[in-house]
Design a protein around this ligand. Sequence first.
Ligand SMILES: [Zn+2]
Length: 84
Amino acid sequence: MSSDVDRDLEAELERPEAGEHGVPVDAVCTGCRRVTVKRAPADEPNPEFVASFRHVCRKCRKVTWWNVVAIFRGLVDDEEEGDE
Ligand SMILES: [Zn+2]
């Protein structure tokens, strides 16, 4: 089985399928079990508690549920802060 050690998280985050807005997270597709970096919708005041969200999966070729595995703090600059 392949290891996740050599993954390029920043490159995954740059992919269009990761989404444009939200909190960078490591997420697993409930459909195909693929793990990749996504931007979880940051609707919640405390993104730490976002456990799952709906997002498009290129492998499943549809919108699926994704379970958050980890949240990546510091992976991106806080460029969206203070946008009120
Ligand atoms: Zn999938």
